[in-house]
Design a protein around this ligand. Sequence first.
Ligand code: GDP
Length: 298
Amino acid sequence: MFDTLSDRLTSALQTLSRKGRLSDADIDATAREIRIALLEADVALPVVKEFIARIKERAKGAEVSQALNPAQQVIKIVNEELVGILGGETRRLNLAKNPPSVIMLAGLQGAGKTTLAGKLAMWLKKQGHAPMLVACDLQRPNAVTQLQVVGERAGVTTFAPEPGNGVGDPVDVARRAIEEAKHAQHDIVVVDTAGRLGVDEELMKQAADIRDAVSPDEILFVVDAMIGQDAVTTAEAFRDGVGFTGVVLTKLDGDARGGAALSVREVTGQPILFASNGEKLEDFDTFHPDRMASRILG
Ligand code: GDP
């Protein structure tokens, strides 16, 4: 997904390594190239501006180092700032002292929430947990069945409303699921919620009602990295409408530019916890800012 960005940044920085000493003009020229590379990769403008300002300030003020030549020093600064944008340290999942922990998933329809629920359940199971999936997306006709299918593939229980009882109330389903989880000794409950094609108030209210009913330990905003700048506006809408404690990037295997998704951390202040990079349940891992930065810098 970040091949072009990676190529552009590498070439911007390579020009520097041919120089013994760096003037302010060299740093400005490189900063300009990095700026273009980030904007072309769809990284949000305020994030780019802040990033470039920090790079320039640090590169111009850098002490002469014995260990690194000036070009290496700039590369190190770019790497550190990129890791910073992506969240710094890897953030672990927040779990409750008294199980069951509740993890609620929110995001637009098609973002990959249901698939993610299965991936997360399988990952949690591998970590020694006994997760349960909860179907609170009662809007989309096939959503419940789809969650049951991924649950089965992941080898975990899925709690769903009984068929034939009409559309049902997702808040009620969520509450009953927590009781069931306590009873059946599931230590983590993953609640899948409804997503619409665009942000709308009814969706936000429903998600907020579920949140209030089950007090989640984590609310994960699931965002498709391929939707460009909409990733940032959608994140802002969910932050204001429901609030979230972490981000999951999906479809990082796609060939779109993806930079907008990388801006979500910086724009919303919430960390990226996981990344999804394929349709299979195994295509999923914790998000490591340092590894992602290294991948982008090539
Ligand atoms: P939901 O509406 O948010 O529940 O989204 P779904 O889980 O139904 O996913 C929508 C589509 O995206 C499905 O076709 C998934 O197979 C696909 N999908 C989900 N995650 C990924 C991913 O990481 N990579 C790719 N390539 N496809 C994905």
